[in-house]
Ligand binder design. Structure first.
Ligand SMILES: O=C(CO)[C@H](O)[C@H](O)COP(=O)(O)O
Length: 270
């Protein structure tokens, strides 16, 4: 599951000051407004997913992402499949595989289908160069392998995912269980060398701690701002206990972002 949290809302209090109040000036409760914000975000995810469908052609080998936005895409894709579209999907997680199977989308594996025409996935953050933070749903390793197997990667998201600089969303780092504390220290040292500081939190889940489809753990790194994502990426992959990290650099072909003013389609310069 992605980090789908309603943003905290600042409502006008009785004294007219901006602050958190239980009832807005127009009488709507915070719960109602939060519900509406969630609905807006969901509708935008659906619109981005619908726009991505236009890139799917009959016979395609398709990488299928993980998370709430990717799931909206899966539901729309399943409708097209029911109408006769033929695609072969390669899922990026067990969760996505289950949904595809429930909805009748034919699946394959990367062993059988190592080259994909297109991958479609969500993201936690997207910067102006279309570099990403991914892995809020814990599927970053398979997502990155699938994205790399695909000739094109289309990212679908609602406008809240757009950032000027990556890093406000905690960076997921998938690590081996063995030597966890050694790896944590090595990540901290590597980050500090690059001027980055912040908590490295072991992700918890229904099973404690959260365990990825590959059987690994996730450390979420709250750096706040990552000015040089390429240097951080290189430093992280050099640490033996790091399996993969959620910086997706230079992989995105197109980002489809649904915001307040409609859909923005951004193409990578590369
Ligand atoms: O990287 C991911 C999963 O590992 C997701 O694509 C990312 O977390 C976005 O999720 P959502 O669409 O639910 O906001």
């Amino acid at each position: 599951m992605g980090w789908v949290m309603p943003p905290a809302i600042a409502l006008a209090g009785e004294d007219g000051k901006c602050g958190f109040a239980r009832v807005a000036k127009d009488g709507r409760s915070a719960a109602t407004i939060n519900q509406n914000l969630l609905m807006d975000a969901t509708n935008r995810k659906i619109e981005a997913a619908r726009a991505a469908l236009a890139y799917v052609e009959n016979g395609m080998r398709l990488g299928i992402g993980t998370g709430s936005t990717a799931e909206e895409f899966v539901k729309l894709l399943a409708e097209k499949v029911a109408d006769g579209l033929k695609v072969t999907g390669v899922p990026t997680s067990e969760r996505t595989a289950r949904l595809c199977m429930e909805l009748g989308i034919k699946l394959s594996s990367l062993e059988e289908t190592p080259v994909l025409d297109l991958a479609i996935d969500g993201a936690d953050e997207i910067d102006p160069a279309l570099d990403l933070i991914k892995g809020g749903g814990g599927a970053l390793l398979r997502e990155k392998i699938v994205a790399t197997a695909a000739k094109r990667l289309i990212i679908i998201a609602d406008g809240s995912k757009k950032v000027d600089c990556l890093g406000a969303f905690p960076l997921p780092i998938e690590v081996n269980r063995y030597g966890l504390e050694v790896t944590r220290l090595a990540i901290r040292r590597a980050a500090e060398t690059l001027g980055l500081q912040g908590e490295l939190t072991l992700r918890s889940g229904r099973d404690e701690p959260f365990v990825t489809d590959g059987g690994h753990l996730i450390l979420d790194a709250s750096f706040g701002r990552i000015p040089d994502s390429r240097a951080l990426s290189a430093a992280l992959v050099a640490i033996p206990g790091v399996v993969e990290h959620g910086l997706f650099l230079g992989l995105t072909t197109i980002a489809i972002i649904a915001g307040e003013d409609g859909i923005d389609v951004m193409q990578s310069a590369g």
